[in-house]
Design a protein around this ligand. Structure first.
Ligand code: GRG
Length: 311
């Protein structure tokens, strides 16, 4: 497998899916849609939609075309809506995290943050709008034509059962983005900033602020790909480990630029043990992802590369 080439193709496909769903308004709400487009199109890695599509492939049949070539992106219109939705939720969190009331950052992904470019009011509105729009789009996955097409592609005949899967993915995404997920983690992070927090609270923050959305991405992929309840749970466990390792890798990458006094995993364990923890979490996640009937070598390699990433 040429990993770099496959990653390029998966990223381009995720990018195209996301762009297809961006709003194109020309009326009085244009300022907010401009700010939404600006933040989404500023060059993220698109890890969450890629992880979603690759986890979907781990369960969905068929994911090779009629000539036996691997299909880079499964053409399921419901999956596409969730891929774009998860990236919009992720981008909303970044836009709000950069606001003066939170991290007060001027730059993100090498360009001005959304509120810096468009003003604070539009930064708040663009974040709100991205979150709301994500759910508007994902809920449209329920439309009959899309359910029929998804079932046809998956070789499933029970459309009512697939609708239940869409409802499951929708409620899971809401939960993982909300007070029992990302917002819960961000609340602890913001409210206890500067306090002498313990390792248990730090891990709560990692689990919720960072890992929860990665769990939603991969579990949604499994749900929409037809996985059993037990397998969705296993995917959640693997994703949790990937999320924790992703955050600890972030701590290692930010070691030199972190605000003085900021408590991270390195505060408790130091850099060497942090590296070892990233490696063991990665191995555990890969063991789970290798335990299913089907295999996806690209997903395994991606998990491995995420943990050794340099940005
Ligand atoms: C405002 C509710 C709310 C939550 C904000 C995402 C977040 C929570 C804060 C951003 C700060 C941070 C370091 C979060 C940890 C997760 C993380 C490493 C986000 C960056 O994700 P990448 O690397 O970003 O996937 P790109 O730019 O590639 O999309």
């Amino acid at each position: 497998m040429d990993f770099e080439k496959e990653l390029q193709m998966a990223t381009a496909a995720a990018e195209e899916t996301i762009e297809n769903f961006l709003p194109t308004e020309v009326s009085f709400q244009k300022p907010v849609t401009d700010a939404m487009n600006y933040s989404v199109l500023s060059g993220g890695k698109r890890i969450r939609p890629i992880l979603m599509a690759e986890t979907y492939k781990l369960f969905a049949l068929p994911w090779e075309d009629e000539k036996g070539r691997t299909v880079q992106i499964p053409q399921n219109p419901v999956l596409h809506r969730f891929m774009a939705g998860i990236e919009f939720i992720h981008n909303y969190s970044l836009v709000h995290d950069d606001l003066p009331a939170m991290d007060n950052d001027d730059m993100r992904r090498g360009q001005e943050t959304t509120h810096k470019k468009f003003g604070e009011a539009l930064g708040i509105l663009a974040g709100d709008a991205l979150l709301n729009y994500a759910f508007e789009m994902m809920a449209k996955g329920f439309e009959t034509d899309r359910i029929c097409e998804a079932c046809m592609l998956l070789g499933r005949t029970n459309e009512a059962e697939y609708m239940k899967r869409v409802a499951w993915a929708l409620s899971l995404t809401a939960q993982k983005a909300g007070i029992h997920g990302m917002i819960g983690g961000q609340t602890a992070d913001v409210c206890d900033e500067g306090k002498d927090i313990g390792k248990d609270e730090l891990l709560f923050i990692y689990e919720n602020k960072t890992a929860a959305l990665i769990e939603a991405a991969m579990m949604d992929g499994a749900i929409l790909g037809g996985a059993s309840e037990e397998d969705v749970k296993k995917i959640g466990e693997a994703a949790g480990k990937i999320g924790h390792a992703f955050q600890i890798r972030d701590d290692l990458l930010d070691e030199k630029t972190e605000k003085p006094g900021k408590i991270t995993f390195l505060t408790f364990e130091g850099a060497e043990k942090a590296e070892a923890r990233v490696a063991s979490l990665t191995e555990e996640a890969i063991a789970i992802l290798s335990s299913f009937e089907k295999s996806n070598d690209f997903l395994l390699e991606l998990t491995y590369r995420l943990m050794s990433r340099e940005k």
